[in-house]
Design a protein around this ligand. Structure first.
Ligand code: C2E
Ligand code: CA
Ligand code: CA
Ligand code: CA
Length: 280
């Protein structure tokens, strides 16, 4: 047992070293990613009950010169640990707002109800976060009503007083607030009622096993009914099959996002997708 323990250690250490090295490498490269123009914002269409594109979620990609396209699950945690998420988050906001302006000028904005981006807890907790967003909106000339911010439940219940205050600032601007991955956290009904929210996004995990798991079906139904009751819109994430879509339609969920329609697309492909689907 002793020697196998030693072996475990011997095999484990180089792995940990490799992992630490990779992380350090990523961190070093990530510091340069903005300046070297390696970040990309892709857009995943959101589909309305009539089949048209009604919005999109911006999703970050990192085009690394050596490692190729890196997905956010690999570098967002590093960005959050190092604080780099703040400049990266600003870049995402600015990029989304520039596109909102461009798309409004193209009459694209009359079709799209919002372009949403993901906000990290670190970003949201900045005391001046609403002012930063306001400044970026002003700099880019973007219509605040076309911007959506996606927050996770954890952020929302972490400091309710601060959250309510910040959300009120966004409400005043007309910026839409979504709760992302809804159902996976612990936000209670009482909090939900207190917060000036616009949209609940049903987490992909519930939609995924809709057919296999009756309790997931019940959860999805409950979320839809609750959103309706609170006057919130609801978007189902991770819609991959027609069966899932049918179930959601039957239960009264009118907006969908998922591979059944489209994955997240580079800007030009997203524009083409909207043009084709909305017949402009
Ligand atoms: P999320 O906000 O829950 O984003 C949805 C994720 O599900 C995206 O992964 C999307 O590509 C994927 N997805 C969409 N439809 C389907 C589907 O039908 N089936 C399956 N299996 N997956 C689907 P992605 O782009 O890899 O992003 C992962 C996470 O990284 C996001 O989860 C979000 O938490 C984070 N993230 C992405 N961009 C940003 C950003 O700009 N800022 C911050 N702070 N986080 C970001
Ligand atoms: Ca999201
Ligand atoms: Ca989500
Ligand atoms: Ca979609």
């Amino acid at each position: 047992a002793k020697s196998s323990g030693r072996n475990t250690i011997r095999f484990f250490l180089p792995d940990m070293q490799a992992e630490a090295d990779e992380r350090l490498g990523l961190e070093k490269d990530l510091r340069l990613a903005i300046a070297h123009n390696q970040l990309r914002l892709y857009f995943q269409p959101q589909i309305d009950s009539d089949g048209s594109v009604c919005g999109a979620e911006g999703l970050l990609r990192w085009e690394h010169p050596e490692h190729g396209m890196i997905m956010p699950d690999r570098f967002i945690p590093v960005a959050e640990e190092t604080g780099l998420i703040l400049p990266i988050g600003d870049w995402v906001l600015r990029t989304a707002c520039r596109l909102i302006t461009r798309w409004s000028d193209d009459h694209f904005g009359t079709l799209l109800r919002h372009i949403a981006i993901n906000v990290s807890p670190w970003q949201f907790r900045q005391p001046d976060f609403p002012e930063r967003v306001e400044r970026i909106l002003a700099d880019t000339g973007a219509d605040p009503r076309l911007l959506g911010l996606e927050l996770t439940e954890g952020v929302v219940i972490d400091n309710v007083a601060d959250t309510v205050e910040k959300m009120a600032s966004f409400k005043a601007l007309g910026v839409k607030i979504s709760i992302d991955d809804f159902g996976t956290g612990y936000s209670s009904l009482a909090y939900l009622k207190k917060l000036p929210l616009d949209i609940l996004k049903i987490d992909r995990s519930f939609v995924e096993e809709l057919q296999e798991d009756e309790s997931n079906a019940a959860i999805v139904e409950t979320i839809i009914a609750m959103a309706d009751h609170l006057g919130l819109e609801v978007i189902a994430e991770g819609v991959e099959t027609e069966t899932q879509l049918k179930f959601l339609q039957e239960k009264g969920c009118g907006r969908y996002q998922g591979y059944y329609f489209s994955e997240a697309l580079p800007i030009d492909e997203f524009e083409a997708y909207v043009a084709e689907r909305n017949d402009t």
